[in-house]
Design a protein around this ligand. Sequence first.
Ligand code: G3I
Length: 460
Amino acid sequence: MPRRPSRSAHRSRPVRHAVVAGAILSLALPAAATADQRRGIEGEELSGPAISADATASGGAVALLRVSRRARVLPTPLVAAPAVRLRVGGCRGRLRIGTTTRSMRTVRLRAGWQVVSAPADPGAPIAGVRLARPAGTAGCRHLRLDRIDVDVPPIPLAASVLSGPMRTDARYRKAYLDTFDGLTPENALKMNAARPTPDGYAFEDADELVDDSTAERRPVRGHTLVFDRQLPSWLVNPLLPWTRDTLLGVLRDHVTENVARYRGRVDRWDVVNEAVGIDGRQKTTFWSQGIGTDYIDWAFRFAHAADPTTRLVYNDAGIERPGAHQDGVFRLLSALLARGVPVEGVGLQGHIDPSAPPTAAELDATITRFADLGLRVEITEADVPLGGPATPERIAAQTETYRRLATACWRHVACDRMTVWGVADTASWMGVKASATLLDAAYRPKPALEATRRALAGER
Ligand code: G3I
C-alpha cells in the first residue's frame, strides 16, 4: 500500500481545554506545615470532563501533583508538546513543572494569576507538577489550578471498507487512503463471510484489509463477532439440531478464532451487535434461542480470554438519543458490568434519520450516560442521508448533523474514534442516491467532511 503524507503533520495541534473554567482543583496547604507534618496536599478530584488530578506527598518539602488520565476515560494519547499550561493563582513561591523528572523546571510564582508552561518534551507522558514549599513565606495557603491545557491529536476519522472495491477499484482505494485514518471491514468479518463452513474460516478478505492498515499504522475495528444477521447457512440450517452446549461451542470457537487471529492488530471489536430492540427489550435471536440470553456474557468472556488487550464493544443503532432503546442498552450494559463481564465500550452507530437528527444536548447526555458507567464510547457507523434532492438547505443540514456527531465525540474524552459507514456514496449500503457519506459519487469531498474533520480537532 503506498504511503501518504501524514495529515497530522500539516495540522496545527489544537489545545484541548482539559479542565474548563469552573472545574477547579483547590489545594490547601497548612500555613505552618513542616516537612514532617506535611501529609501532602489535599486535592479534590476534578469534576472536569477530561482529566483528573490527584495530589500526594512526595516527601521533604515538596508535594507532587500528578496530572493523570483516569483510566476509564483514557482519551487519545495525550501529547505533551508544548505541554501543560497551568494557570496558577493565590500562591507565592516556587513551582516545579515538567513532563518528566529530567525536564522539570522551576518557576517562581508571583501573587495573582499566571500561566505557567511546562517545557516541551514531545511524546513524553505528563509526569507531574511539583509544588515547592514557598521560600521565605508563611506558606502557600491556597493554590488553585483552574485550567490544565493539554495538546491532544485530532480524533481519528475512519470508514467502513468493502474488500472488493478496495482490491479492484483504484479510485475507491485512493479515496480511502487520502481521506480516512482507519477502517472497519464492512462485511468481511461477519460470520457468513469469515466462517462459511463449520470447520473452515475464510479470512483472506479481512486479512488484506487488516494487513494493509496495520502496515500503515491505521487502526482497525473488528465488526462483528455476534450478530443475528449475515449468519452462514450451515449454522441456521444444521444437519443436527444444536443443543445449548454445542452452540456455545460454536460461539466460543468463532469468537476465539477471530479475536486471537487479529490480536495486536485489531484494537477493538464489536463483540455483540444490535441485541436490543427499539422497545428496550433484549431481542429474541438465533443466539438467544439456542444458548439463552446469557450468550452475550459468554461472547465477551470468550473474547477477553482470546485477547485481553483489545477493546470489547457492544454496538447498536438508534441509541444516540435518550429513549426506550437507549434505556434498554443502558440496562443491559449495567447488568453486564455488575456481573463482571468484560465489556469496555459502547458503539453508537450513528445512522441518522435526517428528518430527526439528535440534538447536541441529546448526544452529550447520551455519551455522558455511558461514560459514567466507565465505558468508552465511539461513533461506529455514521451516515446521514440527504433526505431528498441536494438543495443547499439539505446539504447544510447534513453538514451540521455530521459536525454535531463529531463535536459530541470531541467534547467527551470517553469518545476516541468516529467511523463513517462507507468510503463514498458509491459504496454506501443506503445506495448512491441517499448521498449519506462524506464523499460524493465522484469521490469529491462534501462540506460535511471538512466540518467533521474540524470538529474532531476541536475547531468550529
Ligand atoms: O455476498 C453477497 C453476494 O454474493 C451477492 O451477489 C450479493 C447480491 O446482492 O449480495 C451479497 O451480500 C450482501 C452483503 O451486504 C455483502 O455485500 C447482502 O445482500 C447485503 O444485504 C449485505 O448488506 C450489508 C448489511 O449490513 C447486511 O446486514 C451491508 O453491506 C452493510 O453495510 C450492513 O452493515 C450494517 C452493520 O453491519 C450493522 N449496522 C447496520 C449496518 C447497515 O445495515
